[in-house]
Design a protein around this ligand. Structure first.
Ligand code: FE2
Length: 254
C-alpha cells in the first residue's frame, strides 16, 4: 500500500493579513488548502516546512491552525528563518515537540520514516543544522536503516544557483549531505526557502525544493525577482519497496 505525503512551505503569513511584496499571502494559502481538500483529501501526512509566519508572532500561528482545521490531525511542522519556535510549540503542542531548543520530528509509516530537521537560527536568514542536531540525526539513521527515509528541512543543503539565495543557504549543508550519503536508505530531502521548484542530484539522496505558498522567485537570478506563478504544494507518493513519485501542483487563487 502506498502512502501520500503533502508538503507546503513558505506561506509568509501576517496576523493582520497584510501583503508581502504586493502579494496577498492568505488567499494563496486558502487556495492551496482548497486544493488539498478537493483533490488530495486522502493524504497520510501534511508537512509544513517553514516560513509560516512572516511576522513571527503567536497570533499568526493561531490563525494558521484555524485555517488548517481538521487537517491539523495529520500535520507535522518545522521552522524556517521567518518563524518563532516557541510560538509554534505553544500553538501546536499536540503536533510538535521542542527538544534541546529544536523543533524536529520523526514519524514512521509503511516501511518509510519521515524526519524533520530544524535549520532555524534566530535573527538570521541563512540556516544551520548545528553539530548537536547532526549527532542526534546520525543516531536515528543508524538505528533505522531498514526504513526508507524522506527528510524535510527548510534550507536546502545544496546550491540553487541564484547568487542572492545561495548567500543565505544552509551553512552546514555539505556536512549534512556527507552524513546522508552514508545511508543508502535515505532517498529524498524536501526543502523550502528558495520559493521555486528544483531537483539536485547528490551522491546520496535527491534534493528537491518546493515552490512557496507565498511569492515565487525566478530561478537563477543575482537579485530577488518575483515570478508571477500561482502558489503550489508538493505531492509525494511513497511505495513500500522504497520507490517514490512526486509532483508539484499549482493552485488557482480566486
Ligand atoms: Fe521563505
Amino acid at each position: 500500500m502506498s502512502h501520500r505525503i503533502l508538503q507546503i512551505t513558505d506561506c509568509h503569513l501576517f496576523a493582520d493579513r497584510r501583503e508581502l511584496r504586493g502579494i496577498a499571502t492568505w488567499p494563496r494559502l486558502e487556495a492551496v488548502l482548497d486544493e488539498i481538500r478537493n483533490r488530495f483529501a486522502d493524504f497520510d501526512c501534511l508537512v509544513v516546512t517553514g516560513d509560516t509566519a512572516h511576522d513571527e508572532i503567536e497570533e499568526t500561528y493561531v490563525a494558521f491552525r484555524e485555517a488548517l482545521g481538521d487537517l491539523t490531525e495529520r500535520l507535522f511542522l518545522i521552522p524556517g528563518n521567518h518563524d518563532n519556535r516557541e510560538a509554534i510549540a505553544k500553538v501546536f503542542p499536540d503536533r510538535c515537540e521542542l527538544i534541546d531548543g529544536r523543533l524536529t520530528f520523526q514519524h514512521s509509516l509503511g516501511g518509510w520514516q519521515l524526519i524533520g530537521l530544524d535549520s532555524h537560527i534566530p535573527g538570521e536568514v541563512a540556516g544551520r543544522i548545528g553539530a548537536a542536531q547532526l549527532t542526534w540525526t546520525g543516531g536515528p539513521f543508524c538505528s533505522t536503516q531498514d526504513l526508507h527515509t524522506l527528510i524535510f528541512v527548510h534550507h536546502p543543503p545544496v546550491l540553487i544557483h541564484s547568487r542572492w539565495l545561495d548567500a543565505i543557504r544552509l551553512e552546514d549543508g555539505e556536512v549534512l549531505i556527507e552524513l546522508l550519503e552514508q545511508f543508502p536508505n535515505i532517498k529524498l530531502v524536501c526543502c523550502g526557502h528558495v520559493h521555486q521548484e528544483s531537483a539536485t542530484a547528490t551522491s546520496g539522496p535527491l534534493v528537491l525544493t518546493t515552490p512557496a505558498v507565498g511569492p515565487q522567485f525566478r530561478p537563477r537570478t543575482d537579485e530577488i525577482e518575483i515570478d508571477p506563478l500561482p502558489p503550489a504544494l508538493r505531492v509525494i507518493d511513497l511505495e513500500p519497496d522504497g520507490t517514490w513519485t512526486t509532483q508539484v501542483v499549482r493552485s488557482e487563487v480566486k
